[in-house]
Ligand binder design. Structure first.
Ligand code: AP5
Ligand code: MG
Length: 186
């Protein structure tokens, strides 16, 4: 049983790669962004709170996200991939406590490294293919990347100090990147 974190900037390929690996290894794919978009779509109380942050490219408050993840992790009967979580130092610390509580651990943190120009190009392209509102406005994309650099990137150091971090070049063919990830976790 493997528990993994997929880490990277908006557009780095976390979702693309996590979906493939979760299917092949029979893991639960926990994408906090996808979960939030379902809440928004269903116009739940949580969705209404989340929407105002997401459409600006800001992070949804930590407590909301942490309880959402805990609800899944505590009932997990197989390994999981966290995609888009943790995204702040308080989220990383909360995850740590949560894992201790349920006697679980993270095996590896896969960091998909992609330069900013490529991220922006991918998200603008996706804006035309899919209906994600946070991809439509270049200013919102810019803000998501800035928020990542300020609040999320520092989380990497936390995992580096625990010796769990694997950096993967996230530029290139999707299948080549997938192979590199599989090599890294074996
Ligand atoms: P979230 O849904 O997590 O969005 P994100 O971080 O902005 O990342 P993306 O989903 O855009 O990118 P990705 O890395 O998954 O890349 P993908 O595989 O899709 O979060 C959205 C919002 O929710 C946040 O802004 C925040 O408001 C809130 N939120 C979520 N989690 C939160 C948390 N923990 N705390 C607080 N708030 C939270 O690929 C992108 C595109 O590139 C696709 O079109 C794909 O087809 C393409 N692509 C993928 N790989 C390649 C490749 N190798 N070459 C070319 N194109 C590629
Ligand atoms: Mg994603």
């Amino acid at each position: 049983m493997a528990n993994l974190i997929f880490f990277g900037a908006p557009g780095a390929g976390k979702g693309t790669q996590a979906k493939m690996l979760a299917q092949e290894l029979d893991l639960i794919h926990i994408s906090t962004g996808d979960l939030l978009r379902i809440e928004v779509q269903n116009q739940t109380e949580l969705g209404l709170i989340a929407k105002s942050y997401m459409e600006k490219g800001e992070l949804v408050p930590d407590d909301v996200i942490i309880s959402m993840v805990e609800n899944i992790v505590k009932n997990a009967t197989k390994g999981f991939i966290l995609d888009g979580f943790p995204r702040t130092i308080p989220q990383a610390k909360a995850l740590d406590e949560m894992l201790k509580k349920y006697n679980l651990k993270i095996d590896k943190v896969i960091f998909l490294d992609v330069p900013k120009d490529e991220l922006v190009q991918r998200l603008l392209k996706r804006a035309q293919l899919e209906g994600r509102t946070d991809d439509q406005d270049p200013n919102v994309i810019e803000n998501r990347i800035n928020v990542y650099n300020e609040k999320t990137f520092p989380v990497l150091e936390f995992y580096q100090s625990l010796n769990k971090l694997v950096k993967i070049n996230g530029v290139g063919e999707i299948n080549e990147i997938y192979q590199a990830i599989k090599n890294a976790i074996n």
